[in-house]
Design a protein around this ligand. Sequence first.
Ligand code: MEV
Length: 316
Amino acid sequence: MTPPADRATGQGSGKLILFGEHAVVWGARALATSLPDGALATVRHTPDAATRLTLLRDNQTLAQLAPDLQGGPLEQALATLIAHFECAEHGFDIRVDLNVPPGAGLGSSAALATAIARALATLYPSESNPRRIERAVEASEGIFHSSASGIDQAASLGQGLIHFEKGPPARCTALHDIPAFTIAICQAAPGASTATMVQGVTSRRAKAPERYRQLASMISDLVEDALEAMRTQDLTTLGELVNFNHGLLCAMGVSTHSLDHACHIAREAGSPGAKLTGAGGGGCVYALAHDPAHAQRLVHTWQEHGFQAFFTTIAG
Ligand code: MEV
């Protein structure tokens, strides 16, 4: 097949889970938001059939690798993505600029996969296979996360706030009626493997199924209460729900001293609520802010404690 173009770009969003990580894997409801510009991929044909990926963040090279189904997760993910686009006979030079920290619970793997898949879909359009991008990203995420709920790829493919249930069938609803609010995000520690964290919770849950059933039901209720608090702009109630969800994640054994410490710092700096986000074991926390100026102060406070931080506005 002659490709229609020599070069294409694609974009994938990062993600932030506001409520419901882990429990979403066993069927509870969850709320997440995309983080725009999580990854930007530029894909060019090479004169030979060799493909290589260069992964960068802040113009620093993080990794250079080739697709390999027997290799590490990134090598396998790249081979899997390419296999979805019937273009294996071509070689590509792929550059991905990551704008979210890798492996920190902000959906870097799904953002990367979405960005590459969208660029390949532009080079190799197919009317007969409209869901190729979703399928490619799903297969790639399956390599990074065992038993993935699908929430990361739903957020990385979408824009804005989503209400998500794993199903089957998975239900992902874009929430358009939520007034904007501001959060600050900090990376408290290097991220842990999502697959390892999910496996740890799965084995604790197997020992106490009834307790975890109640946890899942409580978290689904938290999600609905949080939506109501967002709609009515009741930041105090929303903050209590955020803190409650963090407490439940501690009960599941996925928080750490650094994550708890970052939450305490934010609450002492006036945040109505702070919690870990993503798989835990390290990675990021987010904190509600009263307004962008308060979010900026939260960022400075975390930075004074040596954490990397930024803030963003969440909107439906
Ligand atoms: C990881 O970002 C979120 C988890 O709930 C796993 C998943 O939903 O696939 C921990």
